[in-house]
Design a protein. Sequence first.
Length: 284
Amino acid sequence: MNSASTIDTPIDKMPTDLRPANRRSEIKTQHKKGDGYFDLLAFIISNAVAGEIMAVENYSEMVPLMPDTDSKIETSKLGYEEAKHILMLASLGKRHDYEVMREMIEPQWFNIRRYFSTAVANKDLATCFIIQDLMGETLAIVLYRILKRKGDPDTASLAAKILDDELGHLDFGLSRIQKMLAEDSEGTHESLKWAHHRVMPELFSLISTSCHFLCGRLGVDCGSLTLTDLQTDIDEIRVEALDTYIETLDKANFDPNITAALIESMQSYAGTPSAHAGLSAAVH
């Protein structure tokens, strides 16, 4: 091949460079975000990716339990959509020049996976649906809502796209749980109680700006992380998470007498607001 042919190619005929531009400088200048904002995003997005990885593994493990081919295909599709979210979030970090972990690091994620695997071993589909489609999706929805409201335009736009998917996953899970409650109310409520007391403490402990290992892997000082750049704080997020969880249980048609006791038990979780205080203050 003649090298001159490449040199002489008109500019407007050259292939388009589709690599994403680094937008950190633009965001720092136009939206007055400092380096601490990007450290915080690295922390939040890495945890979001961990949740998506957990979802992929949960859905994959659930597929053999599904009763027919159509439900297996539907469940596989949900896992595929969660896998796309991982790539989207990793691409966001690349555009903003911060590291995103593409693996589960914090022990809470592994604990939830262990509880889910126990449900699979027991062939308990109700518990699987509750852990992944209700509990996991509820906390994911809260996270992406906050990023959509408070993040820079690029982050907010991506969060909005993922949020639409997660809301669809929640609706799908709600329909499955409603059907199970109609068929076996007592058994499904027992599944809820089992999952709640194990999984919700793990999920709520992740609503924090401190960690076990993640900050070290990211090279970020946990003590320097604040939510100031997102114009929110941990208490506000916890209230919104609790409010959204209560709303989800109500939409699923669980017995309010049972769910009230479960919500009240969450006061023992570190930093969780009272079920009777401040729920109306949550912003949606």
